[in-house]
Structure formats: C-alpha cells, structure tokens
Design a protein around this ligand. Structure first.
Ligand code: ZN
Length: 319
C-alpha cells in the first residue's frame, strides 16, 4: 500500500479515513503577517485552529487536506503543532495561490525553475522542515488564465510528472476557468485522475461541471457555506443531481472553511457572506448540514464513503 505524506509523517493510504479534502486552519496574507505582526493575535489564531481541528475530529473526520499555499500564509509548523496537539491528520501542499501577481523573482524565471522549487517541497521538505507536501496547488480566478497563472499551472504539472503528486486547482466557474486549467494540465501530460478542480460547486450549471468530469478529473463541491457565491440550497441541488447521475467517484465534499481569515474586517465577513451564513461556514458544516441533507435527498452510504474515504485515497495515492 502506498504512503501519503502528512505533517506528522507518512501515512498508510488506508489510514486516511474520513477526509475533508479542502479546509484551512489559518488563512492570512503572509507578507502582512510578517511585516505587521502586531495586527494579529497569534494565540487566538492558534486556539481557533485547534478548536476547528477538534470539531472535525468530533464528527469522525480523521484527516484534512490543508491547501494553504504560498500567499495564503502557509506555515507547516503551525499546522504540525495543531495536528500534534489534537491528533487530526493534515495533508499539506506546495504551490502558489495567486490570480495574477507574481514576485519579480518568479516573473523572470521559467516554469521549470518553479517546478524544481515545488519538487523540493515534495521530496525534501517545506520551509526548511522535513514535512513534505503531498499535493500541488495552483489557482485561477476572475482575471482568468493569464500568463502568470499559466506559468504556475505548467510548473505544477511538471512537478507532478516528476513526483507523482496530484494537483488541486482553485477555479472560478463564473469566469469559466476550469476547462482551460484542465487543458493546460493535460497538455503537459498529467493524468486526469491526478487533477482536482476545486470550487466547481460555485456554479449550478451541471453542463459545466459534467464537462470537466468527462475529462476524467475530480471536481470539488467544496465551498458549502460560502453563500455569496452560491447558496446552500443550490449547492445541495447540484450535489444531488451529480450523485443521481452516479458521479460519486469524481466528487469531493468540503467547505473550504478557514479557522481564521484576515481578508476582511470581522464585521465585513458577516456582510459579505450573507445573513446567517457565516456562523455556519466552518469545518463542521459538511457533517452537520451537508451530509444529513444529502442523505435525505437519496445519497447512499456507499456514495458517501466513496467521496469521503475512497476518493481522497485514490487522488492522493493513485491506483
Ligand atoms: Zn481554499
């Protein structure tokens, strides 16, 4: 059985158990946090992460995919600390999360040089630790797949080919980024079953989502609770329709929750995410609301196991 790297060392693929593939223990701008540390209450952010981890464990979650890449404040020691304190297993990534901006360092270098940096994180360790990345992360959003975004996708693809690590790509259905993202990764030679297009549940255009699935990639229904992009009811309708069509082997359920996020002042988070939504947009949401609702709508136990246990294993370990 192949092993999968976690922040606390390699795991047997069979030990992943119930996995939320896309949840963040802390999200913040790393440059800002480094330059203005007085704006952050480190102890409170750590406590929030520990609380989230415990809430997940209480619901039977054994592992999370923690896709906090460069520019989202990646700090693998922080995640390791939470994992060691709580016992929650965490799988981390390497990659660059940007919709456009790249440091001059990367603007002047090729995708192959970037790929080598990513391979280092997978084979040697992240941020001078021996904690290894288990997957790659890239992103495309409102500006579309522009030159910098394309460079990162190609770098992730080449790092994946060298290491076998799968790729998670943040996408924006409203900007139709998914098809082009898949096209680039496939063009580079990545096997479709190594690719996960995140945030597909932000649309309820079934044709768009099925078009991606037909390419052989996984899609994330991974933002339950972010009402501003798609309300819960419509996300559930989408999941139900895809399950009725028998696509469970290509789907992930998650919330993309952030135990803390510095993107907005607190009062604005409430406003942006919609009335009543924010309090529920947590790591617990998938188990507290989404799974029970989908069961009521006819999801079988086998389908649930496929999405929460088998798909993470297959995507991360192959085979
Ligand atoms: Zn995310």
């Amino acid at each position: 059985m192949p092993t999968i790297e976690s922040v606390t060392g390699p795991l047997e693929a069979g030990d992943l158990g119930t996995t939320l593939i896309h949840e963040h223990l802390r999200t913040r701008d790393e440059a800002n946090a480094r330059q203005f540390p007085h704006l952050y209450d480190g102890d409170a952010l750590y406590a929030a992460a520990v609380e989230a981890a415990r809430n997940a464990l209480d619901r039977g979650v054994k592992t999370i995919g923690e896709p906090t890449a460069m520019f989202l404040g990646r700090d693998v020691r922080f995640i390791e600390r939470v994992a060691k304190e709580t016992g929650l297993q965490a799988i981390v990534c390497t990659g660059i999360y940007t919709y456009d901006h790249l440091p001059l360092f990367w603007q002047s270098r090729s995708p192959d040089v970037m790929a080598d940096a990513l391979v280092h994180d997978i084979e040697r360790g992240i941020q001078d630790t021996d904690i290894k990345a288990a997957f790659l992360k890239c992103a495309a959003d409102e500006p579309g797949v522009n030159d910098n975004v394309e460079k990162i996708h190609r770098a992730c693809a080449r790092a994946s080919l060298k290491t076998g690590a799968p790729i998670m790509a943040h996408s924006r259905p409203a900007s139709n980024t998914g098809p082009r993202q898949v096209e680039i990764l496939l063009e580079e030679g990545v096997a479709p079953e190594k690719i996960q297009i995140a945030h597909c549940g932000d649309t309820d255009d079934l044709g768009y989502i099925e078009g991606l699935i037909e390419k052989g990639v996984y899609v994330g229904l991974d933002r339950f609770g972010i009402e501003m992009y798609q309300p819960m009811e419509r996300r559930l309708n989408t999941a139900q329709a895809l399950l009725e069509k028998g696509y469970e082997e290509k789907l992930f359920l998650s919330a993309d929750s952030c135990a803390s996020i510095d993107w907005f002042p607190e009062e604005m988070v409430e406003m942006l995410m919609g009335e009543g939504a924010v309090k529920d947009w947590t790591i617990s949401l998938t188990h507290d609301q989404v799974i029970p609702a989908l069961k009521e709508r006819g999801m079988t136990d086998d389908q649930l196991t496929t999405m929460m246990v088998e798909n993470p294993k297959r995507w991360l370990a192959g085979g």
